[in-house]
Design a protein around this ligand. Sequence first.
Ligand code: ZN
Ligand code: ZN
Length: 745
Amino acid sequence: MYADVILPLPLSDRFTYAIPAEMVNKIGEGFRVVVPFGSRKYYTGIITRIHREAPGITGIREIHSLIDSHPVVNEQQLTLWEWISFYYLAPLGDVYKAALPSSMKPEDLLRKFTPHTEIFLQINPSLDQQTMIRMAGRAKKQQALADEIGSYLTANHTGSVSKKVVSGFSSYSASVLNGLLQKEILTAFPVETSRLETIITPTHEPFPLNDHQHQALTGIRESFDNKETVLLHGVTSSGKTEIYIHLIQQYLAEGKQTLYLLPEIALTTQHTERLKAVFGNRLGIYHSRINDNERAEIWQKMLSDQPYEIIMGVRSSLFLPYQHLGLVIVDEEHEASYKQQDPAPRYHARDTAIMLARFFGAKTLLGSATPSVETYYNAQTGKYGLVTLTARYNGLKMPVIRLENSRELRRKKKMKTLLAPALIEQIGAALENGEQAILFRNRRGFAPLIECKQCGWVPKCRRCDVSLTYHKKSSKLVCHYCNSSYRLPAECPSCHEKSLVPLGLGTEQLEEEVSHLFPGSVVARMDMDSTRSKDAYEQIITGFQEKRIQILVGTQMLSKGLDFDNVRVVGIISADSLLNYPDFRSHERGFQLMTQAAGRAGRKNRQGTVIIQCTDPGQPVFAYVRNNDYEAFFRAQLSERKLFHYPPFYRLIRIVLKHKQEQKAEAAAASLAGMLRESLYERTLGPNKPIVSRIQLYHIREILLKLENGLSPQRVRDILKKTEVRLRSFPEWKYVTLYYDVDPL
Ligand SMILES: [Zn+2]
Ligand SMILES: [Zn+2]
């Protein structure tokens, strides 16, 4: 008997191993096994198939050992892995690697999943109370602690207590406890505990829906009668989460599981609290900030006969072993962070979620105030159902949106700071009223650029082809591509003048300026730099919610579906920079970001104000944002996309080639493009040198394929694989890195 095994290596193939006789009856698909690979390595692999077809090669090796007594990966998961590998042109081994928590697939077999243990204490059972007191003798402190432990055990009708609990006792100190352990009055022993055991009792039923929400919910249910996927297009603050909660409840009642996807961990805090209050322990949370052992425990629980009924998480939660999935919710479906960028598999979690639902016969609900052009097109053409929600929740009014031309204001000398006078005035009025303000700028650091005023010298990263961002607080120059940091030179290394000046504006500078402008107020900053530590993000959000922070400055991190109820004014600084990327999606992104940011403004029964500072207010996208006119924005985008052969009319595949020698990257890319043109003709564009053409010492070249929708993915895949093999057959291109990015964002 033989088994096909997937290994956690960037190899597409499965590998066939012989099953030792004693293992035959204990093994099955989805089991983990340890197998030898290469001359001396062992890997944890997953069995995908058991068969009797002897491979046509000699030297078939045997499975070394079996890890599981039951499958840890089910049929739907294997189907999903295959689909991701096929559609996103990613090695199956990479999909497996991304799917399983790393402690479940140890590479060296010592690093296994370690169960969580806690130390428990009990009073030596052979001692009676009197002996105990005598033994503690004159050690008053020891006696006090022994007494306190004794009364705790009596009060809780238990024989032992965890050391963690005891450490909270008033008479506790480490040395006193050690004394009791030495005298053997107490004994200590480890207990294996689950990290997931804390019991959360639901505190309330779902809130009743208002008429608009109720109508939307009915619309979604009706749409699900004949559509697999439905888009809920609801304006910001329209109460989409509450609709999700009611829908989840319905699926729970039918005994079905729900997967609730959010684009980023940043968003989960606010949402988990709301769902926990309704669903308690039936809800599991799965994201990158929980540690790997905890992920493994969640995985095992999902396999048990009492799995979580609802999983809320980021894109990796697609890979959990669901048993009876009925509903998938993809909230903020337009968010780019649903797309995995690096490493492979470069999958889009929204589109993969739709496939996952299909494999289970489940339904998918996509939610957004600013749907992606692709999704809205699918809803318009009837592929998806469409439900719209135009009223904001709780009588909240849509904000007034104003444009301020900063170039004009500066020319007339009316703008002396980073903020337009109208914005300063609005913030001042908000502060006076005990209200809050949010300011957006999509660049972190103090200044995106440093330049020598004398000779024009600009510091660049030694590993990447980018200029360095100045971070004032740490007094460093940082590369935002590879994270290398450099000291800020005291003088220009080129002309030796002390003439280095920061250029441009980042969040750090904005924070500093705002603190000067409003000295009495508390200003906080939210970006990747300020939220690196584990709880920093939550602290900032809570501080703002509890009104300890009056002004919040941040990057797009702030625009993602957060609900605040006291924000009078939102300012978007240098809004033009959102639109100036040389990418066909830049206006879509700009529209989404501005609309989402604007959506943070507003108080109950009071209209909020949004001020967009820009230098070119004539750009049509500003008008769409100001009029909250998604439809017009969508129509304009669609006709451009059609004209220039972009999605949803064409499918894009980006082919990336990398090498440490620029000439090799260049020549390999030219050679590959030439070969592709032989079968794909004018669908092959490039090779191009991307704007950032060197990252981490690797020179990059790109080829773009524009493929009409009718062209089958299978055929394209075959052509690409064949061409890649042909390229690799030339020894000089053997070590060029090559990967595919399907539906790139
Ligand atoms: Zn200089
Ligand atoms: Zn760098």
